[in-house]
Design a protein around this ligand. Structure first.
Ligand code: ATP
Ligand code: MG
Length: 380
């Protein structure tokens, strides 16, 4: 039931449509706490029904951004619009936004049903309507059989699902999820990711999620924003962020990458030629024209390197070295290679058959090779 692969999702990219109206707009938003600039002149558009992920190191301003949208923090500067409405001065409970907190707290003395119903009761919804809505929410998170249990009679994952149902019960237009799956083990986490995507498809809500887990962001999100010190460094769909990071920070933050420092030697049609400190010539497909003699990085994902004991007959890029370390990961093996000019690079090999991982071993002399299209030129 891979919700990620639903066909309509692949045609969902309103951010490429110049006529599409953003649903949420942060315009030059700054948030200061005394001397601390938590969010720094940030501009961002999020579209209706988008599943949007915020990624970045601790303290970069992710939670602050969400709290401003939920109405728990005022902006120091800039403006924030939702569905065309300026949110300045709009109280949190009047915003069609719900936030599931980093540390979600269920009411321990209430059973699952009552926890989910809580916000609806407060709103003064009629009893029959509450019962109907709670029933639907329980079904949505597959917790019908647990309605009468108290939170301490549930597993971590079940609690998390109840918290999710509770934040969905009031049918917000926007759901803010701050590390929603943090308490779950890997397996349950992956299952819940798919459930989240399915929910999002069913309900048509706009999701803004914060996660420390890059794979999670790549799995669930239509677009990812990578943040650094209160600013957005790059915002793009997962594949673009991974394959075409704009700088070393993004490249390094998302996934594993080999960054080889080089000097620009020359440009030709469609590619740039680089030279390592050890004098190895490398080619990268690029339309950029960085100045000759400037520093640039040859960036390549480890899975795009081929590793062989014999020297490949022809390859755009060839680096030789010695196997320094091997990490067997089950489905794949990662070779850490000490290149002849002292740098380290990693190559990842899928273990397709039982012998594939065993042919190359520690201290073997090896060649790393790749095409010019597999690598990326980074200048900052
Ligand atoms: N109420 C506050 N008073 C003072 N400083 C604050 C306050 N809230 C957040 N900050 C600071 O603002 C910055 C951004 O904090 P924020 O909570 O948004 O980070 P985050 O990206 O969510 O981090 P994490 O991944 O650790 O949750 C941090 O430097 C933090 O110390
Ligand atoms: Mg946070």
């Amino acid at each position: 039931m891979s919700a990620a692969q639903l066909p309509e999702r692949s045609s969902f990219h309103p951010w490429t449509d110049p006529n599409a109206q953003p649903f949420i707009t942060f315009q030059n938003v700054t948030k200061r706490y005394g001397d601390v600039v938590a969010v720094d002149n940030l501009t961002l558009n999020i579209y209706e029904r988008e599943f949007f992920a915020l990624l970045g190191p601790s303290g970069c301003g992710k939670t602050t951004l969400m709290r401003m949208l939920a109405g728990f923090e005022e902006l120091s500067e800039g403006s924030l619009h939702l569905a065309g409405e300026d949110l300045a001065g709009v109280a949190p409970y009047r915003r069609p936004v719900n936030m599931m907190f980093q540390s979600y707290a269920l009411f321990p003395h209430m059973n699952v049903e009552a926890n989910i119903a809580f916000g609806l009761k407060q709103e003064g919804m009629a009893k029959a309507d509450i019962a109907e809505r709670v029933g639907r929410m329980l079904a949505l998170v597959k917790m019908e059989d647990f309605a009468r249990r108290k939170p301490d009679q549930l597993s971590g994952g079940q609690k998390q699902r109840v918290a999710l149902a509770r934040s969905l019960a009031k049918q917000p237009k926007v759901l803010l999820l701050d590390e929603p799956l943090g308490a779950l083990d890997r397996k349950l986490r992956e299952e819940t990711q798919f459930e989240l995507m399915e929910l999002q498809e069913q309900l048509g809500i706009t999701f803004l999620i914060v996660t420390h887990d890059q794979e999670e962001a790549m799995t669930v999100a239509d677009r990812i924003a990578v943040m650094e010190r209160g600013k957005i460094v790059q915002v793009a769909p997962p594949m673009e962020i991974y394959e075409r990071p704009t700088n070393r920070y993004v490249a390094d933050f998302l996934g594993d990458i080999d960054l080889i420092e080089t000097t620009v030697a020359k440009h030709a049609k469609g590619f740039v030629q680089l030279e390592t400190a050890g004098g190895v010539s490398l080619k990268v497909a690029s339309e950029d024209v960085p100045s000759v003699g400037s520093t640039a990085w040859f960036a390549i994902r480890p899975e795009k390197f081929a590793i062989t004991k014999a020297k490949p007959k022809s390859a755009d890029n060839l680096l030789s070295g010695e196997v320094w370390d091997i990490a067997y990961m089950g489905g794949m093996t990662i070779y850490k290679v000490k290149l002849d000019d002292g740098d380290f690079a990693k190559a990842m090999v899928m273990n397709r058959d039982l012998t594939s991982g065993s042919r190359i071993t520690w201290e073997d002399r090896v060649w790393l090779s790749c095409s010019r299209d597999a690598a990326r030129l980074l200048t900052s």
